[in-house]
Design a protein around this ligand. Structure first.
Ligand code: GLU
Length: 429
């Protein structure tokens, strides 16, 4: 019998460094090979379970109909319902959504929450759409997916350019079709509608919990640790603020267009206030302006890319000057860059652990919705910390035991868990 693994490895040779699904597959292949994953499990686990494509008609404010292309990819259900965000962006594409859905499967497995992976996307430019247009787009997209989502099937959440309001519209549309209120169909909802306290801050907080553990390897304390954050949205902005409050010296931060740097440390609450008022960090007083590209190459102890994919590639990895790379974004580093970082001795907290705080509190939200009993914020945060610290330690031990880098270890650990459950359930083939 032909070895499917060899075929697949061949297929990805000479591949496009910046294709996220190829990046995911390359890492999956390496981990699967090291685990000695059998060919049947390999064949099932390396592809998504379902790729759904929808064309979404929306009545625009002009009165005309515009049709938008949308996706929902459900990568794996072996450990529970699919789980993952929905992003709205002009350049979102199926390969990106496929990669992101697979990353959700591995992420949920790394932190051991009982979900599979999913991800959605709509090709649109949310900055140029009115609130009404976004609402109609969201509702019709939800209606198109009505048979595929649900608390036991697939539970969406916010991602790039979607937020609590988007989740409220999805929850309401789903509930109108079900003819009763179903809060557990999405997470990341407003607290008043069944959301969880602490969910909004959870991804940034999870990044910090990982960094708290990683700096111990370098005998650093937060006060002695300089941090550079790429991004100032839900992950980067909140992560920077929480780290600042925890005593870290945040020396650099960026928004979409520009960055700022002050080696003495930035007053992050003030920076975020400025950003809110001016919608840009440009001309922020008391710091030097840096481009987004240069920001990544600033000297610091911890660099945390919290924006988007493919920021650290074979082109710039060699110029990074951090000790620790904490990946707040999904897929910020390419596999080619991984090799360079490894040679440079940079300690990587891989995305599928570093940014798993969001989905961990999404899990807590789903549990609270289903219990109809809501926890105080301190309890949410304490349980998140417990989960992140335990997962960090588990991953460090696993990497040591198998003598592999932390990225490979994270994939191996995740694949091993999903494979174990799939093997036990059996493949209905
Ligand atoms: N979009 C977030 C992520 O990439 C959260 C997903 C969720 O909470 O389901 O992890």
């Amino acid at each position: 019998m032909a070895n499917p693994m060899a075929d697949e490895v061949r297929r990805f040779k000479g591949s496009d460094e910046k294709n996220p699904f190829e990046a995911m597959s390359e890492r999956f292949d390496r981990a699967a090979q090291l685990l000695g994953l059998d060919a049947d499990l390999y064949a099932v686990m390396r592809v998504p379970s379902r790729e759904i494509k929808v064309y979404v008609p929306v009545r625009m404010d002009t009165g005309h109909i515009q049709v938008f292309e949308g996706f929902r990819v459900q990568h794996n259900f072996a450990r529970g319902p699919a789980k993952g965000g929905i992003r709205y962006a002009p350049d979102v594409n199926i390969d990106e959504v496929k990669a992101l859905s697979a990353w959700m499967t591995w992420k949920c497995a790394v932190v051991n929450v009982p979900f599979g992976g999913g991800k959605g996307g709509i090709i649109c430019n949310p900055q140029q759409m009115s609130e009404g247009e976004l609402e109609r787009l969201t509702r019709r997209y939800t209606a198109e997916l009505i048979d595929f989502i649900g608390p036991d099937k697939d539970v969406p959440a916010p991602d790039m350019n979607t937020n609590e309001q988007t989740m409220a519209w999805i929850m309401d549309t789903y509930s109108m079709h079900a003819r009763h209120t179903v809060t557990a169909v999405v997470t990341g909802k407003p607290v008043a509608l069944g959301g969880s306290l602490g969910r909004r801050e959870a991804t940034g907080r999870g990044v910090m919990f990982c960094v708290n553990e990683a700096i111990k390897r370098y005998d650093l304390t937060p006060e002695k640790t300089s941090v550079v954050v790429q991004g100032s949205g839900n992950v980067g902005g909140i992560g920077a603020l929480l780290m600042h409050e925890h005593g870290y010296k945040v020396v650099g931060i960026s928004d979409i267009g520009s960055g700022i740097y002050n080696p003495a440390g930035l007053d992050i609450p003030n920076v975020l206030e400025y950003l809110k008022k001016n919608r840009t960090l440009e001309a922020y007083p008391g710091a030097d302006a840096v481009s987004n590209k240069d920001l990544l190459e600033l000297p610091c102890d911890v660099l945390t890319p919290c924006a988007t994919e493919n920021q650290i590639t074979s082109e710039n990895a060699d110029r990074l000057k951090c000790k620790i790379l904490a990946e707040g974004a999904n897929g910020p580093t390419t596999p080619k860059a991984d090799k360079i970082l490894h040679e440079k001795g940079i300690f990587v907290i891989p995305d599928i652990l570093a940014n798993a705080g969001g989905v961990t509190v999404s899990y807590f939200e789903w549990v609270q919705d289903r219990m109809g009993y809501f926890w105080p914020e301190a309890q949410v945060n304490a349980r998140l910390e417990e989960k992140m610290v335990a997962s960090f330690s588990e991953l460090s031990h696993y990497a040591g035991k198998h003598d592999v880098d932390t990225r490979t270890a994270a994939y191996m650990l995740a694949i091993d868990r999903v494979a174990f459950d799939t093997r036990m359930r059996g493949i209905y083939a």
